[in-house]
Write a protein that binds this ligand. Structure first.
Ligand code: HEM
Length: 88
C-alpha cells in the first residue's frame, strides 16, 4: 500500500515544494494532491495526474525543472499511489 505521507511526500525536495507552491501546485498537500476533481484533460484526479505527466515528461517541460528527473523506482512509487486509490 503506497501512502502519500510515508512514500510520496519524501520524494519532493524543498525547492520543488517552493517552486510549485508559487504556482498553486501544492505538492505536499494531501487535500490538493488527492482532489478527485477532473478537468478538460483528465476526467478525474487532475492534480495528481498532471503531476505524473510532468514527472514522466508526457507534458512539457518535464519536471522537476532543471532536473535531475525521477528514477523509474520513484515514478513507479508515484504511479502505485494513484493505482492504490490515493491513500493518505
Ligand atoms: C518534483 C518536482 C516538480 C513537480 C512534480 C512539478 C510539477 C509541475 C506541474 C504539474 C506543472 C504544471 C502546472 C500547471 O499546469 O498549472 C509545473 C509547471 C512548472 N514548474 Fe514544476 N514541478 C516540479 C519542480 C519544479 C521546480 C524545482 C521548478 C523551479 C526550479 C519548477 C518550475 C515550474 C515552472 C516554471 C512551470 C511552468 C512551466 C510551463 O508549463 O510553462 N517546477 N510543474
Amino acid at each position: 500500500m503506497t501512502s502519500f505521507s510515508t512514500d510520496i511526500v519524501p520524494l519532493f525536495r524543498q525547492k520543488d515544494i517552493n517552486c510549485m507552491n508559487g504556482q498553486g501546485v501544492e505538492l505536499t498537500s494531501y487535500t490538493y494532491m488527492s482532489d478527485p476533481t477532473g478537468d478538460a484533460t483528465y476526467p478525474d484526479h487532475a492534480n495528481a495526474r498532471r503531476v505524473l505527466a510532468r514527472l514522466k515528461g508526457d507534458e512539457k517541460p518535464r519536471m522537476p525543472m532543471g532536473g535531475p528527473f525521477w528514477t523509474d523506482d520513484a515514478l513507479n512509487t508515484y504511479q502505485s499511489w494513484l493505482d492504490g486509490g490515493f491513500l493518505a
